[in-house]
Ligand binder design. Structure first.
Ligand code: FES
Length: 135
């Protein structure tokens, strides 16, 4: 069942996510606080996570939208080098221990990627300022 899960939110066109390419970064509210999330394509599948390292709650991209290491094998945190499995978000190496990135459910259909809000992670209401937006 979909209890507690919101309606699908359009995220981006499928063609925006190339295999092991740059991520699509988007704003969300986690526990009603501004946060960022990202989606990328890995082994043909779109995956999405909160952009927050398990080691220290910091954003991980080393350039905006760039999360994968030079071999395009792991999601790499730019701060201290924690490496995560792109397919499931589990820590693979570094200071993230036995942690796991917070997954966000995504679905791809008819050339469009959607994400699903959860009780903890919600879309930013239309018209609200996004985190980091100029005032
Ligand atoms: S904050 Fe990500 S590895 Fe330390």
């Amino acid at each position: 069942m979909d209890e507690g899960r919101g309606a699908a939110e359009p995220l981006c066109p499928s063609q925006s996510l190339s295999e092991r390419g740059g991520a699509w970064v988007f704003d969300v509210l986690q526990y009603r606080q501004p946060a960022r999330a990202f989606a990328l394509r890995f082994d043909g599948r779109v995956v999405a996570y909160l952009n927050r390292c398990v080691h220290v709650p910091m954003e991980m991209d080393w350039r905006p939208g760039e999360f994968l290491d030079s071999d395009k094998r792991y999601i790499l945190c730019a701060t201290h080098g924690a490496a995560y499995e792109p397919g499931n978000g589990h820590c693979a190496d570094g200071p993230c221990g036995r942690g796991r990135l917070t997954p966000i459910k995504v679905e791809e259909r008819d050339g469009q990627v959607y994400w699903y809000p959860s009780p903890d992670i919600q879309p930013v209401p239309f018209g609200a300022l996004a985190p980091g937006s100029p005032t």
